[in-house]
Design a protein around this ligand. Structure first.
Ligand code: PGA
Length: 249
């Protein structure tokens, strides 16, 4: 059985004070959830506040990106050891907003994934097609390319430690969720790649999350798909009550 991962991606929202206020409300609602792993990924500047606020709960904290070097002249980047020092244990890698606005490529996504693993963080590696690729029927080809040029560069041991998030770009922040069937189909394509490259067992074990307009009222139908091993939630993770109801689907 794959344990679900219910992850919140706060994007560029919330100050440390707002982070503390979120946790005050969220802790009693979902802080001890055992049926899944709960991960919250605030901006870098709130990692320490989030780690502190999550103490004594089962909630884990993650970064939204990670530099590929240990340290160096990389203005604006945050390294694995810095994230680890904050107490965070996860890192989102290759989010479509990073790919779209900050020139992230399959190659840099792989480097960042390897850095996360090197420093002991669990990477949530994001893949997914854009609207025109979806509409022209190229979803699977895009997923195969992203897998082959990114994830396939990992060793078997590294692959066993990652989670993948399928996030169709046309569903992110648009209110258009992929239907559970569309999402499950994409997850099957990703899992087939995983099996072919890393073997049957690794393919069965890899957790594939769905992301894109996940809300309290569609979580249950998404999670009812055996192929969907959790969710990566943007907008609806900013509100404690809403994210708790997603976690407790
Ligand atoms: P959304 O974002 O839930 O606001 O659509 C998902 C994501 O970008 O991870």
């Amino acid at each position: 059985m794959r344990k679900p991962v219910m992850a919140g991606n706060w994007k560029m929202y919330k100050t440390p004070a707002e982070t503390a206020a979120f946790f005050e409300k969220f802790r009693p609602l979902a802080g001890q959830a055992e049926h899944c792993e709960v991960v919250i990924c605030p901006p870098f500047t709130n990692l320490a506040a989030a780690v502190e606020a999550a103490q004594g709960t089962r909630i884990r904290i993650g970064a939204q990106n990670i530099g590929w070097a240990k340290e160096g002249a990389f203005t604006g980047e945050i390294s694995g050891p810095m994230i680890v020092a904050s107490g965070a244990t996860y890192a989102i890698v290759g989010h479509s907003e990073r790919r779209q606005y900050f020139a992230e490529t399959d190659e840099t996504v792989l480097k960042r994934t390897q850095a996360a693993l090197e420093f002991g963080l669990t990477p949530i590696v994001c893949v997914g097609e854009r609207l025109e690729e979806f509409e022209s029927g190229h979803t699977e080809a895009v997923l195969v390319r992203q897998f082959q040029q990114g994830i396939a560069g990992l060793s078997e041991r590294q692959f066993a430690r990652i989670a993948i998030a399928y996030e169709p770009v046309w569903a992110i922040g648009t209110g258009k969720t992929a239907t559970p069937e569309i999402a499950a189909g994409a997850h099957r394509a990703i899992r087939a790649q995983a099996r072919a490259k890393f073997g049957k067992e690794a393919g069965e074990a890899i957790r594939i999350l769905y992301g894109g307009s996940v809300k309290p009222d569609n979580t249950r139908s998404l999670m009812a798909q055996p192929e969907i091993d959790g969710v990566l939630v943007g907008g609806a993770s900013l509100d404690a009550v809403s994210f708790a109801s997603i976690v407790n689907f």
